[in-house]
Design a protein around this ligand. Sequence first.
Ligand SMILES: *Cc1c(COP(=O)(O)O)cnc(C)c1O
Length: 425
Amino acid sequence: MNLYNIKDHSEQVSFQQAVKQGLGRQQGLFFPSELPHFDNIDELLEMDLVSRSRVILGALIGDELSDEALAGMLKRAFHFPAPVKKVNDKVSALELFHGPTLAFKDFGGRFMAQCLREFGGGQKITILTATSGDTGAAVAHAFHGIDNIDVVVLYPKGKISPLQEALFCTLGDNIHTLAVEGTFDDCQAMVKQAFDDAELRQAVGLNSANSINISRLMAQICYYFEAVAQVPKEARNNLVVSVPSGNFGNLTAGLLGKAMGLPVKRFIAATNVNDTVPRYLETGEWAPKETVPTLANAMDVSAPNNWPRIEELCQIKGWGLDQLGYGAIDDATTVSTLQGMNEQGYLCEPHGAIAYNLLEQQLADDEYGLFLCTAHPAKFKESVDEALSIDLPLPKPLADAAEKPLLSDTIAADFSLVRAKLMSL
Ligand SMILES: *Cc1c(COP(=O)(O)O)cnc(C)c1O
């Protein structure tokens, strides 16, 4: 598999290099030089998740991984289901939260860990990632206990839920967590700075595991196929998929799936009031604002770092950006949407509710809708309990984590402190 740097097409790398390097020169994102196209979609959709993913990723990655190695990696990474649940006659939910950290980022995080273990060759690797909530947990769990790999997670102090924090800041061992006095964008900026620091990169074998890493996107393509496999056959060509978006990795993966032949009529880019992309699609002007905290805090991102990949793909495929649905939902509407969903018998959390709301608004009479549920409702227990006047029981992984002491260090949003921590490992 060949990939090129979107900012400098002369930089070409293999899949292995792209996974290890994360970002290219000038912080450019890697993009596949070629995408396979499947004409045997019906046949693919008959397969189970792991077997089908082996075909899809095998075609994408090519001979850099043996079929046998890939099969083993996928078996270890995707050991939990991605069920589609009916909400009403026209709309279903794709539940992506049945993995160990109860959020969709388990798919990308676990596959990436398998890739690095496979490609690592016993050299020291340090994973540095910024999280607005779920990436950190998924990455920490995916890498916990792997030899020769240290993980450093930066997150905005006080801006993620206490349960989210418990899930990845209580692991210890090779997992190091830093609570940053700042926003998620500050954390993300420091990660970028670290990758620009050639000496540091070399010294600690720096690697990023946030949604810019191509291996994570590739894993995510697989569950879009799994979703379409479960919707009624007659809905397949009239399917609208709504994606709750922050950094837009999830939507990128969906669009890559479509480019590879997956029958999806259109996608909806659903955000909270951090609406840089919806405003851009409306006005053509890219104008990020200060990040605002919301109930759907894993989407509190005003400078979404995967967006250039979406532009690149649309350009290659000749898709106009006007084919994308979009919209932004405020907290009050998120709460009333959660209540409306609960009345229909579907218990959701803020991120999924935002995607559902826009889907209901934009679905035509002859279309069938699917929205992504990116986290287990109990991961956002405070908001869900309050919106629905209930007391959600904690699933076991969360209950266990909540009992343990937090092991994070608190630091100012100052890159030199992050650098010192990395050098000390
Ligand atoms: C990360 C996350 C999102 C946003 O996904 P992106 O790929 O960054 O757009 C949505 N919901 C939840 C629960 C998340 O953790």
